[in-house]
Write a protein that binds this ligand. Structure first.
Ligand code: GLU
Length: 449
């Protein structure tokens, strides 16, 4: 159930399919952007002449490497490492690392492709890239995670640098993993190059608000979208899928703004707590003790756990998918709208299938696609780089204000672009066009490279 592309764009898309066989998530991400670009090509024939879209769809560099490591029993394991350096028109490659068993080239390429436009939308000088591994951190000891991170960085370090490529976290990579990778990078290069990774610890070059940034940012974006509709979070019932870093700080900000989150989840099941989620408990279980969300019910007898449940069946007014790609399908989207959902803010990358996106756009609800709504994480990474470059560290209040300003700016730019192209309030169109044009203009300026 996809939109028609004009003939030239369809040709480019067919070429992407042929050149990147089997990489279905990458195809999906490319198609979604191309569907917005028809009117841009009419206004800017120079982009077609210079084959800007064909070039944007082809990563500048793709690195795939072996990651051997030993578990606590001395057994040898081999994983595969990736870094796709997608586009450096606006700055050094920037984007997270994902450690998850589902990782393969198609996932890293979809994420890297999205990252180009997301990073452009932040207004910060950062290009797009992404990396990771099919390593599964679940159930691994701290030492095993450390050995894996060290082996991963022993290969990756040669491709990185504060002016070249700056990774950060994503699913399965948080402060602990960034620490082990930073330590290994420092050891191999003999350089204290703080700006080579973001998401660092506070006492060794990290930025306040970075852990909170993706969730806070997504909530700021939807808060702004609600404001345009003369509405607020006050008293709204909200669903936040996932229970990792993005979900936790989405819940925190929604509660600060007067909303009530009643459910969250992990890959095993859903927690429903009608009187409102106990965020301190979720933080303790997930961040400190690294336990599963199921254990929540041991502390709150009135909460329900549904193994393999579907969170989107719970009626809500605001949904914030913050788990992973394609977690909302067409059926889920219809159910959400039918149950009275008026806003969806994507904390995760590409959490809604094309069928689901169509449902949200047709229903004209406030739908903030990931590349706009979740840009607060990488934007705050760029703020971390700014602090590293000036050997400074900012207060929580100052940094949070900056983040809020960036998110309001992204919202307004997407909104203005959606109006300019005749679809006011369509943030998908607004984000794709606004993010694309800035990269395209820089590529034209840099010549054929
Ligand atoms: N992984 C995050 C994202 O999807 C953050 C990337 C970063 O901070 O570089 O944008």
């Amino acid at each position: 159930m996809t939109m028609q592309l004009d003939e030239k764009l369809e040709g480019i898309y067919q070429d992407v399919l042929k050149r990147n066989q089997g990489e279905v998530e990458f195809h999906q991400a490319v198609r979604e952007v191309l569907e917005s670009l028809g009117p841009v090509m009419v206004k800017h024939p120079e982009y077609m002449e210079r084959k800007i879209i064909e070039r944007i769809c082809e990563p500048e560099r793709q690195i795939i490497f072996r990651v051997p490591w030993q578990d606590d029993k001395g057994r040898v394991h081999i994983n595969r490492g990736f870094r796709v350096e997608f586009n450096s028109a606006l700055g050094p490659y920037k984007g997270g690392l994902r450690f998850h068993p589902s990782v393969y080239l198609g996932i890293i390429k979809f994420l890297g492709f999205e990252q180009i436009f997301k990073n452009s939308l932040t207004g910060m000088p950062i290009g797009g890239g992404k990396g990771g591994s099919d390593f599964d951190p679940k159930g691994k000891s701290d030492d095993e995670v450390m050995r894996f991170c060290q082996s991963f960085m022993t290969e990756l370090y040669r491709h990185l640098g504060e002016h070249t490529d700056v990774p950060a976290g994503d699913i399965g990579v948080g402060g602990r993993e960034i620490g082990y990778m930073f330590g290994q990078y420092k050891r191999i290069t003999n350089r204290y190059e703080a700006g080579v990774l973001t998401g660092k610890g506070l006492n060794w070059g990290g930025s306040l608000v970075r852990p909170e940034a993706t969730g806070y940012g997504a909530t700021f974006f939807i808060n702004e979208a609600l404001r345009v509709r003369k509405d607020t979070f006050e008293g709204k019932t909200c669903l936040v899928s996932g229970s990792g870093n993005v979900a936790i700080y989405t819940i925190e900000k929604i509660h600060q703004l007067g909303g009530k989150c009643v459910a969250c989840s992990d890959s095993n099941g859903v927690i429903f707590h009608e009187s409102g989620l106990d965020l301190n408990l979720i933080k303790q279980l997930k961040e400190v003790e690294r336990r599963r969300i199921q254990d929540y019910t041991q502390y709150h007898k009135d909460a329900k756990y549904v193994a393999n449940g579907n969170i989107w069946e719970i009626p809500c007014q605001v949904a914030m998918p913050s788990a992973t790609q394609n977690e909302i399908n067409g059926k889920d989207a219809k159910l959400l709208v039918k149950n009275g959902c008026i806003a969806v803010g994507e904390g995760a990358n590409m959490p809604t299938t094309p069928e689901g996106v169509k449902v949200f756009l047709d229903a004209k609800i406030a739908y903030g696609p990931g590349k706009a709504a979740n840009a607060g994480g990488v934007a705050t990474s760029a703020l971390e780089m700014q602090q590293n470059a000036s050997r400074d560290s900012w207060t929580f209040e100052f940094t949070e204000k900056k983040l809020e300003g960036i998110m309001v700016g992204i919202h307004n730019n997407c909104y203005a672009t959606s109006e300019e192209y005749g679809a006011p309030g369509n943030y998908v169109l607004g984000a794709n066009i606004c993010g694309f044009i800035k990269v395209a203009d820089a590529m034209v300026a840099h010549g054929l490279i």
